[in-house]
Design a protein around this ligand. Sequence first.
Ligand SMILES: Cc1ncc(COP(=O)(O)O)c(C=O)c1O
Length: 441
Amino acid sequence: MTSTVQNDDLRNAASEFLVRYGGDRFDNLFRSAQGTIVVDDEGREILDFTSGQMCATLGHNHPAIVAAVRESCETALHMFSGMIPEPVAKLGRELAKWLPKPLKKSLFLNTGSESNEAALRLAKITTGGYEVIALGGSWHGTTGGSASATFASDRRGYGPKTPGGHVIPEPNAFRCPIEHCRDTCDMTCLRVGLKMFDMVTDGEPAAIIAEPIISAGGVIVPPDGYFTELQKAAHDRGMLLIFDEAQTAFGRIGAPFAATKLGVTPDIMTVSKTLGGGLPLSATITTEEIEEKAYRNGFSFYTSHVSDPLPANVGLAVLETLTREALVPRATEMGAYLSDALRALQQRHEVIGDVRGAGLLIGVELVQDRESRLPHHQLGALTTKRCFELGLSMNIRRRPERGSVWRIAPPLTVSHDEIDRAVSILDQALTESLDGLSRPN
Ligand SMILES: Cc1ncc(COP(=O)(O)O)c(C=O)c1O
Protein backbone atom coordinates (compact mmCIF):
# COMPACT_ATOMS: atom_id res chain seq x y z
CA MET A 1 0.00 0.00 0.00
CA THR A 2 1.34 3.49 -0.83
CA SER A 3 1.93 5.84 2.09
CA THR A 4 -0.69 8.47 2.92
CA VAL A 5 1.89 11.18 2.21
CA GLN A 6 2.18 9.98 -1.39
CA ASN A 7 -1.62 9.66 -1.65
CA ASP A 8 -2.09 13.21 -0.41
CA ASP A 9 0.58 14.46 -2.80
CA LEU A 10 -1.11 12.91 -5.83
CA ARG A 11 -4.60 13.86 -4.65
CA ASN A 12 -3.37 17.44 -4.36
CA ALA A 13 -1.89 17.17 -7.87
CA ALA A 14 -5.27 15.99 -9.16
CA SER A 15 -7.04 19.01 -7.74
CA GLU A 16 -4.28 21.43 -8.71
CA PHE A 17 -3.59 20.31 -12.29
CA LEU A 18 -6.77 18.72 -13.66
CA VAL A 19 -9.80 20.41 -15.18
CA ARG A 20 -13.04 19.43 -13.43
CA TYR A 21 -15.31 18.07 -16.13
CA GLY A 22 -18.65 17.55 -14.43
CA GLY A 23 -20.45 14.61 -12.87
CA ASP A 24 -19.70 13.10 -9.47
CA ARG A 25 -16.00 12.73 -8.79
CA PHE A 26 -14.42 10.75 -5.95
CA ASP A 27 -11.77 12.26 -3.63
CA ASN A 28 -9.75 9.04 -3.82
CA LEU A 29 -7.45 8.26 -6.72
CA PHE A 30 -7.49 4.83 -8.33
CA ARG A 31 -4.66 2.46 -8.98
CA SER A 32 -5.73 -0.71 -10.76
CA ALA A 33 -8.69 -2.70 -12.00
CA GLN A 34 -9.27 -6.40 -12.60
CA GLY A 35 -12.55 -8.17 -13.38
CA THR A 36 -15.30 -6.53 -11.30
CA ILE A 37 -12.84 -4.97 -8.83
CA VAL A 38 -11.28 -1.51 -8.88
CA VAL A 39 -8.52 -0.71 -6.35
CA ASP A 40 -8.15 2.80 -4.94
CA ASP A 41 -5.10 4.67 -3.63
CA GLU A 42 -5.63 3.25 -0.13
CA GLY A 43 -5.52 -0.29 -1.51
CA ARG A 44 -9.26 -0.71 -0.96
CA GLU A 45 -11.09 -3.13 -3.28
CA ILE A 46 -14.32 -1.70 -4.66
CA LEU A 47 -16.98 -3.60 -6.60
CA ASP A 48 -17.44 -1.80 -9.89
CA PHE A 49 -21.15 -1.95 -10.74
CA THR A 50 -20.83 0.64 -13.51
CA SER A 51 -18.32 -1.38 -15.62
CA GLY A 52 -16.11 1.70 -15.71
CA GLN A 53 -18.05 4.15 -17.82
CA MET A 54 -20.43 1.34 -18.97
CA CYS A 55 -17.66 -0.06 -21.19
CA ALA A 56 -15.87 -2.95 -19.46
CA THR A 57 -18.42 -5.67 -20.23
CA LEU A 58 -15.71 -8.38 -20.17
CA GLY A 59 -14.54 -7.10 -16.78
CA HIS A 60 -11.47 -4.92 -16.35
CA ASN A 61 -8.20 -5.95 -18.00
CA HIS A 62 -9.55 -9.19 -19.45
CA PRO A 63 -6.55 -11.31 -20.57
CA ALA A 64 -7.87 -11.37 -24.17
CA ILE A 65 -7.87 -7.56 -24.31
CA VAL A 66 -4.42 -7.38 -22.72
CA ALA A 67 -3.14 -9.89 -25.33
CA ALA A 68 -4.69 -7.86 -28.17
CA VAL A 69 -2.96 -4.70 -26.94
CA ARG A 70 0.34 -6.60 -26.70
CA GLU A 71 -0.08 -7.95 -30.22
CA SER A 72 -0.62 -4.40 -31.52
CA CYS A 73 2.58 -3.31 -29.81
CA GLU A 74 4.38 -5.96 -31.87
CA THR A 75 2.64 -5.02 -35.14
CA ALA A 76 1.16 -1.50 -35.37
CA LEU A 77 -0.61 0.97 -33.08
CA HIS A 78 -1.57 3.68 -35.54
CA MET A 79 -1.43 4.41 -39.27
CA PHE A 80 -2.19 7.06 -41.88
CA SER A 81 -5.98 7.35 -42.07
CA GLY A 82 -5.99 6.41 -45.77
CA MET A 83 -4.34 3.06 -45.03
CA ILE A 84 -6.67 0.28 -43.96
CA PRO A 85 -4.80 -1.92 -41.46
CA GLU A 86 -5.46 -5.68 -41.68
CA PRO A 87 -7.18 -5.90 -38.26
CA VAL A 88 -9.69 -3.25 -39.39
CA ALA A 89 -10.68 -5.30 -42.45
CA LYS A 90 -11.00 -8.37 -40.20
CA LEU A 91 -13.13 -6.49 -37.68
CA GLY A 92 -15.46 -5.22 -40.41
CA ARG A 93 -15.95 -8.80 -41.60
CA GLU A 94 -16.43 -10.23 -38.07
CA LEU A 95 -18.83 -7.48 -37.02
CA ALA A 96 -20.95 -8.08 -40.13
CA LYS A 97 -21.56 -11.66 -38.90
CA TRP A 98 -23.13 -10.21 -35.73
CA LEU A 99 -25.29 -7.60 -37.44
CA PRO A 100 -28.97 -7.90 -38.30
CA LYS A 101 -29.35 -7.68 -42.08
CA PRO A 102 -29.16 -5.51 -44.13
CA LEU A 103 -26.67 -3.69 -41.84
CA LYS A 104 -23.24 -4.56 -43.16
CA LYS A 105 -20.73 -1.72 -43.58
CA SER A 106 -18.80 -0.12 -40.71
CA LEU A 107 -16.75 3.01 -40.11
CA PHE A 108 -14.43 2.50 -37.12
CA LEU A 109 -13.91 5.51 -34.85
CA ASN A 110 -13.16 5.99 -31.16
CA THR A 111 -15.89 7.49 -29.00
CA GLY A 112 -19.66 7.27 -28.90
CA SER A 113 -20.00 11.00 -29.58
CA GLU A 114 -17.94 10.59 -32.72
CA SER A 115 -19.93 7.59 -33.93
CA ASN A 116 -23.16 9.60 -33.60
CA GLU A 117 -21.57 12.61 -35.25
CA ALA A 118 -20.71 10.38 -38.21
CA ALA A 119 -24.20 8.81 -38.18
CA LEU A 120 -25.87 12.23 -38.34
CA ARG A 121 -23.58 13.36 -41.16
CA LEU A 122 -24.29 10.11 -43.00
CA ALA A 123 -28.04 10.68 -42.64
CA LYS A 124 -27.75 14.30 -43.77
CA ILE A 125 -25.64 13.60 -46.84
CA THR A 126 -27.87 10.67 -47.82
CA THR A 127 -31.25 12.35 -47.38
CA GLY A 128 -30.20 15.90 -48.26
CA GLY A 129 -32.05 17.11 -45.16
CA TYR A 130 -30.73 18.41 -41.83
CA GLU A 131 -33.57 18.07 -39.32
CA VAL A 132 -33.01 15.58 -36.51
CA ILE A 133 -35.49 14.32 -33.93
CA ALA A 134 -34.18 12.95 -30.64
CA LEU A 135 -35.95 11.69 -27.52
CA GLY A 136 -36.20 13.50 -24.19
CA GLY A 137 -33.65 12.19 -21.69
CA SER A 138 -31.35 10.98 -24.46
CA TRP A 139 -27.56 11.09 -24.29
CA HIS A 140 -25.71 10.87 -27.58
CA GLY A 141 -22.51 12.70 -26.70
CA THR A 142 -20.78 15.98 -26.06
CA THR A 143 -19.53 17.01 -29.52
CA GLY A 144 -21.50 19.53 -31.63
CA GLY A 145 -23.98 17.35 -33.53
CA SER A 146 -24.38 14.60 -30.95
CA ALA A 147 -24.70 17.17 -28.13
CA SER A 148 -27.46 18.84 -30.16
CA ALA A 149 -29.42 15.59 -29.87
CA THR A 150 -28.67 15.14 -26.14
CA PHE A 151 -31.29 16.12 -23.59
CA ALA A 152 -30.29 14.21 -20.45
CA SER A 153 -27.95 16.93 -19.22
CA ASP A 154 -28.14 20.65 -18.76
CA ARG A 155 -27.82 22.41 -22.12
CA ARG A 156 -27.40 25.92 -20.76
CA GLY A 157 -24.20 27.86 -21.32
CA TYR A 158 -23.00 26.51 -24.65
CA GLY A 159 -24.96 28.53 -27.17
CA PRO A 160 -27.45 27.22 -29.72
CA LYS A 161 -27.64 23.63 -30.87
CA THR A 162 -27.24 22.86 -34.57
CA PRO A 163 -30.21 24.12 -36.64
CA GLY A 164 -32.92 21.55 -37.24
CA GLY A 165 -32.72 19.84 -33.85
CA HIS A 166 -36.03 18.69 -32.32
CA VAL A 167 -37.01 16.76 -29.21
CA ILE A 168 -40.05 14.59 -28.55
CA PRO A 169 -41.15 13.40 -25.08
CA GLU A 170 -39.63 10.13 -23.95
CA PRO A 171 -41.86 7.09 -23.26
CA ASN A 172 -41.33 6.98 -19.49
CA ALA A 173 -44.20 4.97 -18.02
CA PHE A 174 -43.06 5.52 -14.42
CA ARG A 175 -42.73 9.31 -14.75
CA CYS A 176 -44.74 10.25 -17.86
CA PRO A 177 -43.35 13.53 -19.26
CA ILE A 178 -46.76 14.58 -20.58
CA GLU A 179 -48.50 13.46 -17.36
CA HIS A 180 -50.80 11.16 -19.26
CA CYS A 181 -49.97 7.53 -18.40
CA ARG A 182 -49.08 5.73 -15.20
CA ASP A 183 -47.15 2.43 -15.44
CA THR A 184 -48.24 1.57 -19.01
CA CYS A 185 -47.15 3.87 -21.82
CA ASP A 186 -49.77 4.06 -24.58
CA MET A 187 -47.40 6.04 -26.85
CA THR A 188 -49.44 9.24 -26.78
CA CYS A 189 -46.09 10.94 -26.07
CA LEU A 190 -44.81 9.75 -29.45
CA ARG A 191 -47.90 10.80 -31.38
CA VAL A 192 -47.98 14.25 -29.71
CA GLY A 193 -44.25 14.70 -30.24
CA LEU A 194 -44.52 13.89 -33.93
CA LYS A 195 -47.48 16.26 -34.33
CA MET A 196 -45.35 19.04 -32.84
CA PHE A 197 -42.51 18.17 -35.20
CA ASP A 198 -44.84 18.20 -38.21
CA MET A 199 -45.96 21.67 -37.11
CA VAL A 200 -42.47 23.16 -36.88
CA THR A 201 -40.56 21.25 -39.56
CA ASP A 202 -38.75 23.22 -42.27
CA GLY A 203 -39.44 20.32 -44.61
CA GLU A 204 -35.78 19.19 -44.53
CA PRO A 205 -35.92 15.99 -42.46
CA ALA A 206 -32.84 13.79 -42.05
CA ALA A 207 -33.04 11.42 -39.09
CA ILE A 208 -34.59 10.20 -35.90
CA ILE A 209 -31.96 9.12 -33.39
CA ALA A 210 -32.79 7.03 -30.32
CA GLU A 211 -31.25 4.86 -27.63
CA PRO A 212 -33.23 1.60 -27.45
CA ILE A 213 -33.06 1.93 -23.65
CA ILE A 214 -32.75 5.57 -22.60
CA SER A 215 -29.93 5.00 -20.18
CA ALA A 216 -28.58 8.30 -18.85
CA GLY A 217 -32.16 9.60 -18.82
CA GLY A 218 -33.00 7.04 -16.10
CA VAL A 219 -32.84 3.56 -17.72
CA ILE A 220 -36.18 4.06 -19.45
CA VAL A 221 -37.43 1.01 -21.34
CA PRO A 222 -39.85 2.03 -24.11
CA PRO A 223 -43.01 -0.09 -24.43
CA ASP A 224 -43.42 -2.97 -26.89
CA GLY A 225 -44.09 -1.71 -30.38
CA TYR A 226 -42.55 1.72 -29.74
CA PHE A 227 -39.65 1.29 -32.14
CA THR A 228 -41.84 -0.15 -34.91
CA GLU A 229 -43.90 3.05 -34.65
CA LEU A 230 -40.77 5.19 -34.50
CA GLN A 231 -39.34 3.50 -37.59
CA LYS A 232 -42.59 4.06 -39.47
CA ALA A 233 -42.63 7.70 -38.35
CA ALA A 234 -39.09 8.15 -39.68
CA HIS A 235 -39.71 6.47 -43.02
CA ASP A 236 -43.08 8.21 -43.56
CA ARG A 237 -41.19 11.50 -43.30
CA GLY A 238 -38.23 10.47 -45.47
CA MET A 239 -35.93 10.25 -42.45
CA LEU A 240 -33.43 7.55 -41.54
CA LEU A 241 -33.72 5.76 -38.20
CA ILE A 242 -30.52 5.73 -36.14
CA PHE A 243 -30.16 3.42 -33.13
CA ASP A 244 -27.48 4.50 -30.68
CA GLU A 245 -26.50 1.16 -29.15
CA ALA A 246 -23.56 2.50 -27.14
CA GLN A 247 -24.92 0.80 -24.03
CA THR A 248 -27.16 -1.93 -25.41
CA ALA A 249 -24.92 -3.68 -27.97
CA PHE A 250 -22.81 -6.80 -27.49
CA GLY A 251 -24.61 -8.59 -24.70
CA ARG A 252 -25.33 -5.98 -22.05
CA ILE A 253 -29.11 -6.55 -22.38
CA GLY A 254 -28.86 -10.30 -23.04
CA ALA A 255 -28.93 -9.98 -26.83
CA PRO A 256 -26.30 -9.15 -29.45
CA PHE A 257 -28.07 -5.81 -30.06
CA ALA A 258 -31.31 -4.18 -28.97
CA ALA A 259 -32.19 -4.19 -32.69
CA THR A 260 -32.12 -8.01 -32.72
CA LYS A 261 -34.16 -8.20 -29.53
CA LEU A 262 -36.74 -5.68 -30.77
CA GLY A 263 -36.91 -7.08 -34.30
CA VAL A 264 -36.45 -3.56 -35.67
CA THR A 265 -33.39 -2.92 -37.81
CA PRO A 266 -32.42 0.74 -38.05
CA ASP A 267 -30.92 2.32 -41.18
CA ILE A 268 -27.85 3.32 -39.20
CA MET A 269 -26.59 1.82 -35.96
CA THR A 270 -23.87 3.22 -33.74
CA VAL A 271 -21.94 1.12 -31.25
CA SER A 272 -19.18 2.31 -28.95
CA LYS A 273 -18.48 1.67 -25.26
CA THR A 274 -19.02 -2.11 -25.26
CA LEU A 275 -17.18 -2.80 -28.54
CA GLY A 276 -13.83 -1.74 -27.08
CA GLY A 277 -14.48 -3.30 -23.67
CA GLY A 278 -12.74 -0.31 -22.03
CA LEU A 279 -10.60 0.96 -24.90
CA PRO A 280 -11.81 3.73 -27.22
CA LEU A 281 -13.45 1.99 -30.16
CA SER A 282 -16.75 2.85 -31.83
CA ALA A 283 -18.44 2.15 -35.14
CA THR A 284 -21.04 3.76 -37.34
CA ILE A 285 -22.76 0.99 -39.26
CA THR A 286 -25.14 1.09 -42.19
CA THR A 287 -26.45 -0.80 -45.20
CA GLU A 288 -24.66 -1.21 -48.54
CA GLU A 289 -27.33 0.91 -50.20
CA ILE A 290 -26.97 3.88 -47.83
CA GLU A 291 -23.17 3.63 -47.86
CA GLU A 292 -23.18 3.69 -51.67
CA LYS A 293 -25.47 6.72 -51.81
CA ALA A 294 -23.45 8.58 -49.16
CA TYR A 295 -20.20 7.80 -51.00
CA ARG A 296 -21.63 9.10 -54.27
CA ASN A 297 -22.76 12.28 -52.49
CA GLY A 298 -19.21 12.83 -51.18
CA PHE A 299 -19.47 11.59 -47.56
CA SER A 300 -16.40 12.38 -45.48
CA PHE A 301 -15.51 11.69 -41.88
CA TYR A 302 -11.74 11.71 -41.84
CA THR A 303 -10.18 11.74 -38.37
CA SER A 304 -6.70 11.15 -36.93
CA HIS A 305 -7.74 7.82 -35.44
CA VAL A 306 -10.27 6.48 -37.93
CA SER A 307 -9.44 2.83 -38.75
CA ASP A 308 -6.64 2.56 -36.19
CA PRO A 309 -5.19 -0.96 -35.79
CA LEU A 310 -4.86 -1.06 -31.96
CA PRO A 311 -8.55 -0.61 -31.10
CA ALA A 312 -9.51 -2.90 -34.01
CA ASN A 313 -7.42 -5.71 -32.53
CA VAL A 314 -9.16 -5.10 -29.22
CA GLY A 315 -12.61 -5.16 -30.89
CA LEU A 316 -11.77 -8.52 -32.46
CA ALA A 317 -10.75 -9.84 -29.03
CA VAL A 318 -14.01 -8.55 -27.50
CA LEU A 319 -16.21 -10.26 -30.12
CA GLU A 320 -14.26 -13.49 -29.86
CA THR A 321 -14.43 -13.49 -26.04
CA LEU A 322 -18.16 -12.77 -25.97
CA THR A 323 -18.71 -15.91 -28.05
CA ARG A 324 -16.10 -18.13 -26.35
CA GLU A 325 -17.33 -17.30 -22.84
CA ALA A 326 -21.03 -17.27 -23.88
CA LEU A 327 -21.40 -13.86 -22.25
CA VAL A 328 -24.55 -12.80 -24.11
CA PRO A 329 -26.77 -15.52 -22.54
CA ARG A 330 -24.85 -15.01 -19.29
CA ALA A 331 -26.12 -11.41 -19.16
CA THR A 332 -29.70 -12.72 -19.24
CA GLU A 333 -29.00 -15.24 -16.48
CA MET A 334 -27.05 -12.90 -14.20
CA GLY A 335 -29.42 -10.02 -14.99
CA ALA A 336 -32.38 -12.12 -13.78
CA TYR A 337 -30.45 -13.02 -10.61
CA LEU A 338 -29.61 -9.36 -9.91
CA SER A 339 -33.12 -8.07 -10.76
CA ASP A 340 -34.70 -10.70 -8.46
CA ALA A 341 -32.40 -9.62 -5.63
CA LEU A 342 -33.24 -5.94 -6.24
CA ARG A 343 -36.97 -6.70 -6.31
CA ALA A 344 -36.61 -8.54 -3.01
CA LEU A 345 -34.94 -5.38 -1.67
CA GLN A 346 -37.86 -3.36 -3.04
CA GLN A 347 -40.22 -5.47 -0.90
CA ARG A 348 -38.39 -4.26 2.20
CA HIS A 349 -37.72 -0.64 1.22
CA GLU A 350 -40.73 1.55 0.40
CA VAL A 351 -38.31 4.08 -1.12
CA ILE A 352 -37.52 1.78 -4.05
CA GLY A 353 -40.29 2.84 -6.40
CA ASP A 354 -39.29 0.88 -9.49
CA VAL A 355 -36.84 -1.74 -10.72
CA ARG A 356 -36.58 -1.93 -14.50
CA GLY A 357 -34.24 -2.63 -17.39
CA ALA A 358 -33.03 -5.59 -19.42
CA GLY A 359 -30.23 -8.09 -18.87
CA LEU A 360 -27.48 -6.41 -16.87
CA LEU A 361 -28.64 -2.84 -17.53
CA ILE A 362 -30.90 -2.14 -14.57
CA GLY A 363 -32.48 1.04 -13.21
CA VAL A 364 -33.60 1.39 -9.59
CA GLU A 365 -35.68 4.50 -8.96
CA LEU A 366 -35.81 6.05 -5.49
CA VAL A 367 -38.98 7.82 -4.38
CA GLN A 368 -40.18 9.57 -1.23
CA ASP A 369 -43.28 7.37 -1.29
CA ARG A 370 -44.77 5.04 -3.86
CA GLU A 371 -48.03 6.95 -4.29
CA SER A 372 -46.65 10.44 -4.99
CA ARG A 373 -43.46 9.13 -6.61
CA LEU A 374 -41.68 12.33 -5.61
CA PRO A 375 -37.99 11.80 -6.36
CA HIS A 376 -35.73 11.14 -3.36
CA HIS A 377 -32.59 12.95 -4.48
CA GLN A 378 -31.17 13.38 -0.97
CA LEU A 379 -31.40 9.67 -0.25
CA GLY A 380 -29.90 8.88 -3.65
CA ALA A 381 -26.83 11.03 -2.93
CA LEU A 382 -26.39 9.77 0.65
CA THR A 383 -26.76 6.11 -0.24
CA THR A 384 -24.42 6.28 -3.21
CA LYS A 385 -21.77 7.84 -0.95
CA ARG A 386 -22.31 5.19 1.74
CA CYS A 387 -22.14 2.39 -0.86
CA PHE A 388 -18.73 3.64 -1.93
CA GLU A 389 -17.50 3.71 1.68
CA LEU A 390 -18.70 0.12 2.04
CA GLY A 391 -16.97 -0.98 -1.18
CA LEU A 392 -19.51 -0.61 -4.00
CA SER A 393 -19.31 1.90 -6.84
CA MET A 394 -22.72 2.84 -8.23
CA ASN A 395 -23.89 5.47 -10.65
CA ILE A 396 -26.86 7.62 -9.73
CA ARG A 397 -28.70 9.67 -12.33
CA ARG A 398 -30.33 12.64 -10.62
CA ARG A 399 -32.48 15.16 -12.50
CA PRO A 400 -35.38 17.10 -10.97
CA GLU A 401 -37.82 16.09 -13.72
CA ARG A 402 -36.55 12.53 -14.13
CA GLY A 403 -36.10 11.34 -10.58
CA SER A 404 -33.21 9.69 -8.82
CA VAL A 405 -32.23 6.47 -10.54
CA TRP A 406 -29.34 4.11 -9.91
CA ARG A 407 -27.98 2.72 -13.11
CA ILE A 408 -26.65 -0.69 -12.21
CA ALA A 409 -24.51 -2.37 -14.85
CA PRO A 410 -21.74 -4.69 -13.65
CA PRO A 411 -19.52 -6.52 -16.15
CA LEU A 412 -21.18 -9.52 -17.85
CA THR A 413 -18.55 -11.65 -16.10
CA VAL A 414 -19.87 -10.71 -12.63
CA SER A 415 -20.25 -13.66 -10.23
CA HIS A 416 -23.19 -14.63 -8.00
CA ASP A 417 -21.04 -13.90 -4.97
CA GLU A 418 -20.21 -10.38 -6.22
CA ILE A 419 -23.92 -9.70 -6.83
CA ASP A 420 -24.79 -10.96 -3.33
CA ARG A 421 -22.12 -8.71 -1.81
CA ALA A 422 -23.28 -5.68 -3.79
CA VAL A 423 -26.96 -6.14 -2.89
CA SER A 424 -26.09 -6.60 0.76
CA ILE A 425 -24.04 -3.35 0.70
CA LEU A 426 -26.94 -1.59 -1.01
CA ASP A 427 -29.32 -2.86 1.67
CA GLN A 428 -27.04 -1.70 4.49
CA ALA A 429 -26.41 1.70 2.84
CA LEU A 430 -30.13 2.29 2.27
CA THR A 431 -31.02 1.30 5.82
CA GLU A 432 -28.33 3.49 7.37
CA SER A 433 -29.07 6.47 5.13
CA LEU A 434 -32.81 6.27 5.88
CA ASP A 435 -32.04 6.03 9.62
CA GLY A 436 -29.79 9.09 9.33
CA LEU A 437 -32.48 11.08 7.52
CA SER A 438 -35.19 10.19 10.02
CA ARG A 439 -33.04 11.22 13.01
CA PRO A 440 -33.66 14.79 14.25
CA ASN A 441 -30.59 17.02 13.75
C1 LIG B 1 -26.11 6.08 -25.39
C2 LIG B 1 -24.84 6.88 -25.47
N1 LIG B 1 -24.45 7.36 -26.65
C3 LIG B 1 -23.33 8.08 -26.78
C4 LIG B 1 -22.55 8.36 -25.70
C5 LIG B 1 -21.31 9.19 -25.86
O1 LIG B 1 -20.20 8.37 -25.86
P1 LIG B 1 -18.75 8.95 -25.54
O2 LIG B 1 -18.79 9.43 -24.14
O3 LIG B 1 -17.87 7.75 -25.74
O4 LIG B 1 -18.48 10.02 -26.52
C6 LIG B 1 -22.90 7.88 -24.45
C7 LIG B 1 -22.04 8.17 -23.28
O5 LIG B 1 -22.34 7.92 -22.15
C8 LIG B 1 -24.08 7.12 -24.33
O6 LIG B 1 -24.49 6.64 -23.15
